[in-house]
Design a protein around this ligand. Structure first.
Ligand SMILES: Nc1ncnc2c1ncn2[C@@H]1O[C@H](COP(=O)(O)O)[C@@H](OP(=O)(O)O)[C@H]1O
Ligand SMILES: [Mg+2]
Length: 289
């Protein structure tokens, strides 16, 4: 890979995700899997430091919101410079998504997320570029992928394949899958699951109960650029670079499945929350509380 990144924001996102992925593969090879906590910490740190250094080098006037950076999560900058809430351009990065799976030998469902939010973008999510690196799968998906034609699956009779967190699936998902005859596909990493929707390995991904902007920004940028549907589970728009970076739920799916899946979600959520105000905890499996 070349020493200098491409000039475009999309090219830079792809280059950063690919380079950080190479770094993570090297960390995994060097540390081995004997001490998962140490491996997770080393991977998070190496990828975060690399991405921050390269963004400072190639986009010195931009701002960064990163999972691994406590300062950037807050809306004030320690140095008194422009904060991410005042900035026009904010890179939203998750240096290692699916940290748990990264530490487990043989698993390839972990990812590097690099997205660029722009205040004056025309879409509700305002993500204008993004890349999802899947280092252990040897691929990087990005917003410059051409739109691919997909067969509409409406009425083909095959069960909907529904990706879900393998460790923290929403409590209502088993009932929802049963109601619509879907097959649940447990997988780690929001990026890996949304990439699986884009590549056609699954038809949809539903999450609820907790997540942050960096968990979904880059994969949502990639999925929507490729023509897939992405929204909150109540059908409202996903928005990024908010004061509070919590973004606890989402649906990403083939466009023709958005209406039936949102209808099924609405039925499940009204049942789950009957008699009580909706809350994040009411959406998480009991054993996770
Ligand atoms: N209930 C919850 N609260 C906070 N974060 C959650 C969550 N469920 C999932 N996530 C985050 O979403 C990402 C994908 O989760 P999962 O693999 O379970 O689908 C993970 O990011 P990280 O690996 O970057 O921490 C995970 O921490
Ligand atoms: Mg994450």
């Amino acid at each position: 890979m070349s020493i200098n990144p491409p000039e475009s924001d999309g090219g830079l996102a792809k280059w950063l995700a690919a380079r950080a992925g190479e770094l993570l593969l090297a960390v995994r090879a060097e540390h081995g899997h004997a001490d998962p906590a140490a491996l997770k910490a080393a991977g998070d740190r190496a990828s975060h430091e690399f991405l921050l250094a390269e963004l400072a080098r190639w986009r010195p006037t931009d701002t960064v919101l990163s999972e691994e950076d406590d300062d950037s999560r807050r809306s004030v900058s320690a140095g008194g410079g422009p904060t991410r809430l005042d900035a026009d351009r904010v890179w939203i990065i998750d240096p290692l998504d699916g940290t748990r799976e990264f530490s487990e030998e043989g698993r390839s469902d972990w990812a590097v997320h690099v997205a660029l939010w722009h205040r004056h973008a025309s879409t509700p999510h305002r993500l204008i570029a993004g890349a999802v690196g899947l280092p252990a799968q040897g691929r990087v998906l990005n917003t410059e992928l051409p739109l691919r034609s997909r067969a509409d699956r409406t009425g083909d009779g095959a069960p909907i394949r529904l990706a879900a967190s393998r460790s923290r699936p929403p409590a209502f998902l088993t009932d929802l899958a049963e109601e619509i005859g879907a097959q649940l596909v447990p997988m780690g990493s929001a990026g890996a699951k949304i990439a699986a929707v884009v590549t056609g390995e699954v038809d949809a991904y539903i999450h609820a109960g907790g997540q942050y902007e960096w968990d979904s920004a880059a994969p949502v940028a990639v999925a929507t650029a490729a023509g897939f549907h992405a929204c909150r589970i109540d059908g409202s728009a996903l928005t990024y670079n908010e004061v509070d970076p919590r973004l606890p739920d989402l649906l990403v799916c083939r466009p023709e499945l958005a209406t039936p899946l949102l209808a099924a979600l609405s039925r499940q959520l009204s049942t789950a929350n009957a008699g009580s105000a909706p809350s994040e905890t009411s959406l998480v499996r009991k054993e996770e509380r």
